[in-house]
Design a protein around this ligand. Structure first.
Ligand code: ATP
Ligand code: MG
Length: 572
């Protein structure tokens, strides 16, 4: 299949990592560990490292967090976050919350989200970030699976927590409520916060649990991924090398803390690198998003392909009416980044967008387009220094360059999950012949760049050829009529499978047989004859996870009249 050969050679001149090859060849995790206060000791705490240390080292009065949501507009220094989270931590101790207990946060994107998460982790409890849009079943599944002891929420979200089905859930902390009903295990946030704010932290073992993040549910029931405090080493390094964060940056990661990107890349990586964070409440809206960049003079921006595609669809008129010149670095993760989006980035912001590949289970970035490297459009880039990534076959043997196989990682790297909560079998299933198998299919080219093909389960086999849905989707959105695309294989008696494309149309285009024909030919000419969709279905929208990923398994299940499985993370 024709792969993109376009390259953007421009690199960030004064990047934290000047030379990729040099960084890789000299790399030792120990050198990174030496930068942490716990180096040479057994005990640590990520909250101490991210917040308290900044205060102790003379940065107490610097802004750590900017927040706005249309009604509130606030700033928090490191000292303020330290004090608030110490109060919250003591409040939890008063409720007899102990090290290892699970404390879940089910809140809108507000500073209280961070205060609660920092407070829980400060005492060695395990923080469980949830996304505010989860409905009752999704909330119950996660609180039940993890045996949560506490949930922090609001009055508005309370109706989605089925207390009677959750006997292990001892306390419900209500943010923004004047009163609470103890008979319903409730206590107000104000009550919890009525505590001394002097600094304290529980040091724990590096391997102790820090957060449980549930995966996005793209391929099945979400898994409870346990990350340890030691993941801080990895998050710090991703922040430094891939996100290129520095103390004088203003950094905005749009991901909700309910997803791994929102915590790992959204709070830990920047604070560990002394970089102030912008948090914006509310839902997606192109005007407000551009206005946020303008208002805070955001320098580094982390978003996702789905959001970029929505901005792209909203048109250049809107982007041109804001001053976006503060941006110096833009990042993407979570889904394949279509070359089309990178080109739009160059047109709109005068800088490219840098792709990052990782999973909830990996804790932080694994493969990235680094500021120090040319970008091959459509490629995910190269491994983070210190992490050994390769392509292996079905028995776990490394493959030759340009051969498609399993994207695999050599354990253990610092951010690696410590377990799948309540499911040791699932955890063990990730490993093969000494490799962690990601479940994604990819290949490595002769220069060591990795190219994503699709989820192993999504790869289409048609007439003996493998077709990666991502490549077809990327080409489809290059067609002027196509806004978004989801591609699956449907069974065919002769060809094994054929390619079927679900698309949404850009404004101004109407569905017709001619248009479909034109799109099919476009793929045949620009990609490959066997990749041409034989069926195109136009939809108003595509099924997506709340984190913006196209749920191909849902398209497929509906196509085959099969049960759709766990859809707790589906958007609307
Ligand atoms: P589940 O594991 O519950 O099915 P999920 O895999 O979508 O859901 P996450 O851990 O949030 O849950 O997402 C990780 C997956 O996202 C990766 O395995 C990969 O398929 C996809 N992904 C992440 N970043 C990229 C990227 N830069 N390019 C392509 N795919 C990506
Ligand atoms: Mg997954």
């Amino acid at each position: 299949m024709k792969k993109s050969t376009e390259v953007i050679t421009r690199t960030i001149e004064d990047a934290n990592m000047q030379q990729y090859d040099e960084a890789v060849s000299n790399f030792q995790w120990e050198t990174v560990e030496k930068g942490f206060s716990w180096y040479g000791q057994e005990k640590c705490n990520i909250v101490y490292e991210a917040i308290d240390r900044k205060c102790e080292e003379g940065h107490a009065g610097e802004i750590a967090l900017y927040f706005c949501d249309g009604t509130r507009d606030e700033q928090y220094t490191y000292e303020k976050l330290q004090k608030l989270s110490c109060r919250f931590a003591r409040g939890l101790q008063n409720l007899n919350v102990e090290k290892g207990d699970r404390v879940f946060i089910f809140l809108p994107r507000t500073p209280e989200y961070y205060v609660a998460l920092l407070g829980a982790i400060r005492i060695g409890a395990i923080g469980g970030p949830l996304f505010e849009a989860f409905m009752e079943k999704a909330v119950k599944d996660r609180l039940e699976d993890s045996d949560a002891k506490v949930v922090v929420t609001t009055k508005e979200l309370l109706s989605r927590i089925p207390l009677h089905e959750l006997p292990e859930l001892k306390h419900v902390i209500l943010v923004g409520a004047d009163e609470a009903d103890p008979g319903k295990r409730q206590v107000t946030y104000q009550e919890i916060m009525r505590q001394d704010d002097s600094p304290f932290v529980e040091l724990v073992s590096k391997d102790d649990g820090m957060m449980i993040h549930y995966t996005s549910g793209s391929t099945g029931k979400p898994k409870g991924v346990l990350l340890s405090h030691y993941a801080m080493v990895h998050m710090y390094l991703s922040g430094k090398y891939a996100y290129d964060l520095r103390p004088d940056d203003i950094y905005w990661c749009v991901a909700d803390p309910g997803w791994i990107t929102g915590t790992s890349a959204g709070m830990w990586a920047p604070w560990l690198n002394s970089t102030p964070v912008v948090m914006r409440g509310g839902r997606f809206n192109p005007e407000e998003w551009y206005a946020t960049i303008q208002k805070y003079k955001v320098t580094v921006w982390f978003s996702a392909p789905t959001a970029f595609r929505m901005l792209m669809a909203s048109g250049a008129e809107i982007s041109k009416s804001y001053d976006l010149s503060s941006l110096r670095h833009i990042l993407s993760a979570g889904e394949p980044l279509n070359p089309e989006i990178i080109k739009w980035g160059v047109d709109t912001f005068d800088i490219p967008i840098y792709d990052n590949w990782w999973m909830t289970e990996t804790g932080s970035t694994i493969v990235a387009n680094f500021p120090a490297l040319p970008i091959k459009l459509g490629s995910m880039g190269k491994p983070l220094p210190g992490i050994h990534v390769d392509i292996v076959d079905h028995i776990g043997q490394p493959m030759e360059p340009n051969e498609l196989g399993n994207l695999a990682i050599k354990p253990k790297w610092p951010g690696m999950m410590r377990m799948i909560w309540n499911n040791p079998k699932k955890y063990n299933d990730y490993f093969l012949n000494g490799w962690y198998i990601s479940g994604d299919s990819a290949y490595k080219d002769e220069d060591g760049y990795f190219w994503f093909e699709g989820r192993i389960d999504d790869v289409i086999n048609t007439m003996g050829e493998r077709v990666g849905p991502f490549e077809v989707e990327s080409k489809l959105v290059e067609h002027p009529a196509v806004a978004e695309a989801g591609v699956i294989g449907v069974p065919d008696p002769i060809r094994g499978e054929v390619v079927k494309a679900y698309i949404t149309l850009r404004q101004g285009f109407k569905e017709s047989d001619e248009l479909k024909e034109d799109i099919m030919n476009f793929i045949r000419e620009k990609l490959a004859a066997h990749a041409r969709p034989r069926i195109i279905e136009v939809r108003d929208k595509l099924p997506k996870t709340r984190s913006g990923k196209i749920m191909r398994r849902v398209l497929k299940a509906r196509e085959l009249n099969m049960p759709t499985g766990d859809v707790s993370t589906i958007d609307d």
